[in-house]
Design a protein around this ligand. Structure first.
Ligand code: NAD
Length: 474
């Protein structure tokens, strides 16, 4: 590939600037991604604006039919897409198959069904006459996504927004610029009208330009809390609706009656999924003092037993981190951890992985919840094990965090665990597992974000309400 592509108004164009996309496991160049300029962002917003009226007036059933074709076209490309994503960001292929290969199509079908079934107007009796309450598309959406689940996180925005009748400019992260264009290919193959979805990749500057663009009506962002705050400030000034899915530092509360074997099996995913580069991970393990040593040994054994290696191998549990920068950041946190707690597993780049940005699964024990490694999001395969006394103390520690995105409770008594789950101040929490549900709202409280994605609430995030008051009977 000699030039990078962007997708504007239904056409692929050569990007005026490009940046290499590097394969996480080999450190070799995979291709060129666009480094979108402000004028390219302007062109993409203009295309989305001019497509808006036509798309919002397209009957919902017709929009749904196009989105189902879009889903088919993505699914057809699924195997290539999920392999490409693993090469871009190091995600183990078993996970990528579902998250990048299948999930986007599932989301498009879910939201197609939702708008197909649901009426966008309802009539309510009023004191005088009646009111028609309408749900209208919010307008042009600026979607900004990170590299960690590039297809899934983009689809969590594209599917509800397009189903609602909005048009969109998707700005993908530079690290995963290549897979973003699969949406463009599939949109074209499905006959999505030109301008409804525009795709480019670029860095923070392109993102900031898009967020503040006068042609944008709503911003949907997934990424770091720092960038989320900057975006929220801009949107606050502009009074522009914004959904923010940000960072996390969630707690796995292991109760004293937990089946440790089953718990540790669950933590493989709940605490380590995607090489630790997942926003909702239970990265703080809260262990009862009565079983503390047993839990530490089991979690350390879990970390030591994970297969670290080529993300394209089905047997791999932990692939490389996305970039050298990310690897450095995680290694720096491990150094901080050495001065704050006791290292019981990992703690370095694995000796047998000299190439690629690997970090061995790492566990710290005897961690105080005030430590930096317990408070700050590391975004790598690094866990902290924190002791607690009573159930209430476990809840207090879980809540003693800037964040509130995920979490888990592990117990043989599901009702007891659910009571504890109710008391944790977080947007989502799992009992004896953690699995996002397409039909249920996902999002955070506190510094983890604003608003929700998924479920019917995820559709409502792209709609505005209008009341039409009328005299006389309905
Ligand atoms: P990041 O915030 O640096 O970048 C995310 C995206 O935002 C990229 O496309 C980037 O180019 C863009 N961007 C950065 N600064 C911007 C600005 N000021 N204005 C507009 N756009 C800007 O995040 P990252 O390091 O790439 O991703 C990891 C972070 O994402 C972690 O903190 C993680 O917890 C979070 N995350 C959250 C969720 C969730 O659903 N809550 C999901 C996945 C990742």
């Amino acid at each position: 590939m000699s030039t990078a592509s962007i997708f504007i108004d239904g056409e692929f164009r050569s990007a005026s600037k490009s940046t290499p996309v590097i394969e996480a496991a080999t450190e070799q160049q995979l291709g060129l991604g666009s480094a979108a300029t402000e004028s390219e962002v302007d062109a993409a917003v203009a295309a989305a604006r001019s497509a808006l009226i036509g798309w919002q007036r397209t009957p919902a059933t017709e929009r749904a039919a196009i989105l189902r074709r879009f889903a088919d076209a993505l699914q057809q490309r699924g195997p290539d897409t999920h392999t490409l994503c693993s090469r871009e960001n190091g995600m183990p292929i078993r996970l990528s198959k579902g998250a990048n290969g299948l999930y986007p199509a599932l989301l498009l079908r879910y939201y197609a069904d939702l708008v197909d079934r649901g009426a966008d107007e309802e009539t309510r009796p009023a004191a005088i006459g009646h009111t028609i309450v309408r749900r209208e598309p919010v307008g042009v959406v600026a979607a900004i996504t990170p590299w960690n689940y590039p297809q899934a996180l983009a689809a969590m925005k594209i599917a509800p927004a397009l189903a609602a009748g909005c048009t969109m400019v998707l700005k993908a992260a530079p690290e995963t610029a290549l897979d973003a264009l699969v949406f463009a290919e599939a949109a074209r193959a499905a006959g999505l009208p030109a301008g409804v979805l525009n795709v480019l990749a670029g860095g923070p500057q392109a993102g900031a330009h898009l967020v503040s663009h006068p042609g944008v009506d709503k911003v949907a962002f997934t990424g770091s809390t720092a960038a989320g705050r900057a975006i929220a400030e801009t949107c606050g000034r502009l009074l522009r609706p914004v959904t923010l899915e940000l960072g996390g530092k969630s707690a796995a509360i292991i109760l004293d009656d937990a089946n440790l074997e089953a718990t540790v099996k669950g933590l493989r995913s709940a605490s380590f999924v995607n090489n630790g580069q997942t926003c909702h991970l239970s990265s703080r393990i809260l262990a009862p003092r009565s079983r503390y040593d047993e839990v530490v040994d089991a979690v350390a054994a879990l970390a030591d037993g994970l297969v670290v290696g080529d993300p394209l191998q089905k047997s791999t549990d932990i692939g490389p981190l996305v970039s050298k920068r990310q690897q450095q950041r995680v290694l720096e946190y491990i150094e901080v951890g050495r001065s704050e707690a006791k290292l019981v597993a990992g703690g370095a780049v694995p000796a047998d992985q000299p190439q690629g940005w690997f970090v061995a699964p790492t566990v710290f024990a005897d961690v105080d919840n005030s430590a930096r490694i317990a408070q700050e999001e590391i975004f790598g395969p690094v866990l902290t094990v924190i002791p607690y006394g009573s159930d209430q103390e476990a809840i207090d520690i879980a809540n003693d965090s800037e964040f509130g995105l995920g979490g888990t409770v592990w117990s043989q008594d599901v009702e007891r665990a659910t009571e504890i789950a109710r008391a944790v101040h977080t947007g989502t929490i799992g009992v004896n597992e953690y699995q996002l549900d397409v039909n249920a709202p996902f999002g955070g409280v506190k510094a983890s974000g604003l608003g929700r994605e998924l479920g019917p609430e995820g559709l409502a995030a792209y709609q505005v309400l209008k009341s039409i008051y009328r005299v006389g009977p309905a």
